[in-house]
Design a protein around this ligand. Sequence first.
Ligand SMILES: C[S@@+](CC[C@H](N)C(=O)[O-])C[C@H]1O[C@@H](n2cnc3c(N)ncnc32)[C@H](O)[C@@H]1O
Length: 212
Amino acid sequence: MPSTEFAREALAQKLKRRIKQMLGPQGVFLEGFLRHPVMVGSVIPSSRFTINRVLAPVDWDNCRLFVEYGPGVGTFCRPILDRLRRDGQLIVIDTNPDFIDYLRRTITDSRFIAVNGSAADVEDIVLAHGHERADYVLSGLPFSTLPDGVGPAIAAATHRVLRRGGAFLVYQFTPRARAFMARHFRRIDSGLEWINVPPCFLYWGWKDEDAG
Ligand SMILES: C[S@@+](CC[C@H](N)C(=O)[O-])C[C@H]1O[C@@H](n2cnc3c(N)ncnc32)[C@H](O)[C@@H]1O
């Protein structure tokens, strides 16, 4: 590479690093979106209004294992850890290795486990970490753009991995996830959060006490 081209490339890399540092987690998230727009499905992380509303019905005293799909740069992770009991555990699962690497570097809480993998494998992941069931599962997955069959497989695996009385909490920019959830969850509460970019649909699917 000629030296002027080499210098230009080095300057571009430096500038990119500087912008990423200035943007903090948002920069990591934006880069993840630019690399994998379909899998990430959003440019801006969820708002605190969305976070508070989605987590509001959780019974934290009785939550030992909380699982999150698609944590991105950890927008929900810190609020979950703030509410989680001392002997609880938060397992997050994301297909993007850069996000998982970022989370492992920035969240040092001993209750936190970040797994690079697919939400479709939640049962194996939960078992591998010494649990039979999860109390709550949260999803920020872009259900409408997931490859064919993945959304229904994730909804089915989530219903199986939840304990009776537990819940599947979902936030989404389209109402698509509800159809996948409805095949397994008889009771689904729903809402819409306007203070989010863009506004998003919220669903809470409850696993009945008499469910299999
Ligand atoms: C909309 S972003 C989530 C944003 C973040 N949770 C927030 O609140 O701002 C969707 C995330 O799902 C991840 N993802 C996509 N498909 C997945 C799958 N099958 N299993 C786990 N994570 C997946 C993406 O890598 C991305 O981090």
